[in-house]
Write a protein that binds this ligand. Structure first.
Ligand code: NAP
Length: 260
């Protein structure tokens, strides 16, 4: 299937690591131009080098997405560099453990800034350009939005809002033929995930306990499996799919608990 994304321009936030890196590479492997937007310059350069080695095209912009002005600068950078935006992948986020009991109003607001505000800010600033290309937005959510996790109010609130905004933006952007969808992972092995697992006394025991509850093949979802669904949703091959929340999670969220 030709996804028709060759020479189209896509911004991937958090595009240098984990799920974002897999999305950046998947876009490039289909001939798309990627703007990798992450806060670590070295990580950004590493992924751009990898993409260039695979004969893909990419640029990077080092940005702390929690800063609204920096979100505007990312859009300006992309337009100056490539002249157009065909898709935005809102992916960067961190499960930062700001709970109800252990958190504070300040920490909760900071968590929203890290996990939610930049999804809105980037969509807002990219909109005039997406209107010109009839582009597409894909958000990366989390199962926590629908299952809860405990001790992570800021992250859960952000991911819940992202599901709501997916529907809200899909409706608002109907007149412009801009589609908006969310890919919702549950358990994906990434640097973020690896760091979280390290916080347990017996990490391997925790890994075994988690994978035993993933119905499909009792394994983690790979970043590449999230990426291929994301790139399909960016492409016009999914041209009549909008306002959808796709659970790419090996059945973790919805299948019968008795299976595990
Ligand atoms: P990851 O391995 O930590 O990669 C995320 C990348 O985004 C990192 O390069 C990180 O930079 C960057 N980033 C995060 N916040 C940023 C900010 N405010 N400004 C600039 N860059 C920022 O994470 P991941 O596991 O791939 O997660 C990606 C997305 O999937 C997140 O939205 C997460 O909530 C979602 N998700 C993941 C899982 C999972 O199992 N992995 C499950 C459900 C949902 P640093 O390295 O400097 O932090």
């Amino acid at each position: 299937m030709d996804l028709h994304i060759a020479n189209k321009v896509f911004i991937v936030t958090g595009g240098a690591k984990g799920i974002g890196a897999a999305i950046s590479k998947a876009i490039a492997s289909e001939g798309g131009l990627v703007v990798v937007a992450g806060r670590n310059k070295d990580d950004n350069h590493t992924i751009v080098d990898e993409i260039v080695k695979m004969h893909g095209k990419a640029a990077s912009h080092t940005v702390e997405l929690g800063d609204p002005e920096a979100c505007k600068e990312l859009i300006d950078f992309t337009i100056t560099k490539f002249g157009r935006i065909d898709g935005l992948v809102n992916n960067a986020g961190v499960n930062d453990g700001v709970g109800l009991e252990n958190g504070s109003p300040e920490k909760f607001n900071q968590s929203l800034q890290k996990n939610l505000s930049h999804y809105y800010n980037l969509a807002h600033y990219a909109l005039p350009h997406l209107k010109k290309t009839k582009g597409s937005i894909v958000n990366i959510g989390s199962k926590v939005a629908v299952t809860g996790q405990g001790n992570t109010s800021g992250y859960a609130a952000s991911k819940g809002a992202i599901n709501a905004l997916t529907r809200e933006w899909a409706v608002e952007l109907l007149p412009y033929s801009i589609r908006v969808n969310t890919v919702l992972p549950a358990e994906v092995w990434t640097p973020l995930y690896a760091n979280w697992i390290k916080t347990f006394d017996e990490p391997q025991k925790k890994i075994d306990s988690i994978t035993s509850k993933i119905p499909f093949e009792k394994r983690f979802t790979t970043p590449e499996e999230i990426a291929s669904t994301t790139v399909f949703l960016l492409s016009d091959q999914s041209g009549h799919t909008t306002g959808q929340i796709l659970f790419v999670d090996g059945g973790y969220t919805h299948l019968d608990r008795s299976l595990t």
